[in-house]
Design a protein around this ligand. Structure first.
Ligand SMILES: NC(=O)c1ccc[n+]([C@@H]2O[C@H](COP(=O)([O-])OP(=O)(O)OC[C@H]3O[C@@H](n4cnc5c(N)ncnc54)[C@H](O)[C@@H]3O)[C@@H](O)[C@H]2O)c1
Length: 437
């Protein structure tokens, strides 16, 4: 059993910490956010993630999972320190590494004996080297090995992804560190999960290369969807037939309002910035970023067309605020751009999301929030569906029509049946499929 500390107890730190305690290790999740730690110490889970509450509670009950706002002490007590703080987008597109640098400094000040320092946060290529330099500049005699262990979990399925990953990447220079990390992930090793050893730089690159590729796939299918609309093709049939080609695969070929979330937007920007820095531009990634931004705006234009060209004095119901289902995360969600444009154009916005409303309220305190989709759509001139929550898939379209002032809907996730919309008399649009105005 290893003594492990996670610094940063967010989506990755809390899921990762609980997951590694489930593997049998003693884990402390530390954070400078005292309120978050106090809530966790009282048994309250500060984020929504399916299966997380029971995973945390079980491991706390077994005495393997602890929470602390004393980061220095948590470093001193650990054999392995995972860094899982945020790396948001900076003003120039590059990742903002201020939290990483601050943690590296705290680690340098508190290293006492041999430890592994392991970064789980997504950090630009070369950051591992910088973290090592910061630690050694503060503590020249420090004895540690550095590991890059990027995380691939998806919000909404984070617990499952962490406990059953497709692969684990261990980027380090020493066999000793590979062996220790092998012990950390021992249950996965027994399950024959591929555990791949690389250099630190390669591990850092793998994470960005994977996220940017998935973003490319989404932007590509969105552009194909837009062209489908123009030429009268059906993007779902196109995507299905494309996906049956094993070289392409069916995943990430779902058209929509543009990707969001805390990873793809910032990671594509950071990779593009790295490419520019090294005079090795990533034109494809830069194009995916542009396509994604215009896709969000395109949704507002579509809605405006459905509403006879004007939002003024009208009410729009926004169904779904989270950037994807099964999460409360609204970072970079399409809803943020779309609601902002609606508000700017004088529209009254009625919003509903089963989980993410509290987080959305932080950014949009002045729009109107409702406790059910039925209440949100009441007397609306149009409805825009932005997140494919199951409860929206199951909406009774006749009930929806009766509640609205006008039966107008933009289904940006293509989850409603065209047949159902037509037979209920809706004026509707979607992304890349048959259009009836
Ligand atoms: N969220 C995801 O789906 C996901 C998936 C894979 C990788 N990642 C990467 O993991 C990293 C963390 O992402 P997240 O979504 O968990 O972020 P988050 O914002 O949910 O959590 C970050 C936490 O770090 C804490 N923190 C900040 N500075 C600190 C400091 N100096 N000392 C201690 N704690 C500090 C914050 O209080 C916060 O609780 C990012 O680099 C992200 O790109 C995220």
């Amino acid at each position: 059993m290893k003594k492990i500390t996670f610094i940063g107890t967010g989506y990755v730190g809390l899921v990762g910490g609980a997951g590694i305690s489930e593997f049998g290790h003693s884990v402390t999740c530390a954070d400078i956010d005292q309120n978050k730690i106090a809530r966790l110490q009282e048994g309250e889970i500060p984020i929504y993630e399916p299966g997380l509450e029971s995973l945390v509670k079980q491991n706390v009950a077994k005495g393997r999972l602890h929470f602390s706002d004393n980061v220095p002490e948590s470093i001193q007590n650990a054999d392995i320190i995972f860094i899982a703080v945020g790396t948001p987008q900076g003003s120039n597109g590059e990742a903002n590494l201020s939290a990483i640098e601050s943690v590296a400094k705290t680690i340098g000040e508190n290293l006492n004996g041999y430890k592994i320092v392991c970064t789980k946060s997504t950090v630009p290529i070369g950051t591992g080297k910088r973290i090592e330099e910061i630690i050694r500049s503060i503590n020249p005699n420090s004895d540690f090995d550095y590991v890059s262990n990027p995380e691939f979990l998806r919000e909404g399925a984070a617990v499952k992804d962490f406990l059953h990953p497709d692969r684990v990447i261990i980027g380090t220079r020493t066999q000793k560190a590979i062996d220790v990390m092998g012990e950390v992930y021992r249950p996965l090793y027994i399950n024959e999960t591929p555990i791949i050893s690389t250099s630190v730089e390669t591990a850092e690159m793998i994470k960005y290369a994977a996220n940017a590729f998935l973003s490319l796939k989404i932007s590509y299918i969105n552009e194909i969807a837009n062209l489908c609309e123009a030429v009268g093709a059906d993007v779902h049939e196109v995507a299905r037939a494309m996906g049956l080609d094993g070289r392409i695969s069916a995943k990430f070929l779902h058209p929509g309002p543009g990707y969001g979330g805390s990873c793809f937007p910032k990671d594509t920007h950071a990779l593009a910035a790295t490419g520019q820095k090294y005079s090795s531009p990533l034109y494809t990634v830069e194009a995916a970023i542009k396509t994604n931004a215009s896709q969000k705006v395109r949704m507002v234009d579509k809605l405006q067309r459905l509403m006879d060209g004007s939002f003024k004095g009208k009410t729009v119901a926004v169904l779904g605020l989270a950037f994807k289902p099964q999460t409360d995360d609204v970072r970079e969600a399409a809803s943020r751009v779309i609601v902002s444009q609606l508000v700017d154009s004088g529209t009254t916005v009625h919003a509903y999301d089963p989980i993410a409303m509290d987080n959305f309220k932080i950014h949009f305190p002045d729009i109107q929030y409702f406790d059910s989709w039925q209440d949100a759509v009441k007397n609306a001139h149009a409805c825009i569906l932005l997140t494919e929550w199951n409860e929206f898939r199951g909406m009774d379209l006749n009930e929806l029509k009766d509640l609205m002032k006008r039966p107008v809907i933009l289904d940006t996730k293509n989850i409603l049946s065209i047949h159902g919309l037509e037979s209920s008399g809706f004026t509707y649009d979607n992304v890349g499929r048959k259009l009836h105005l």
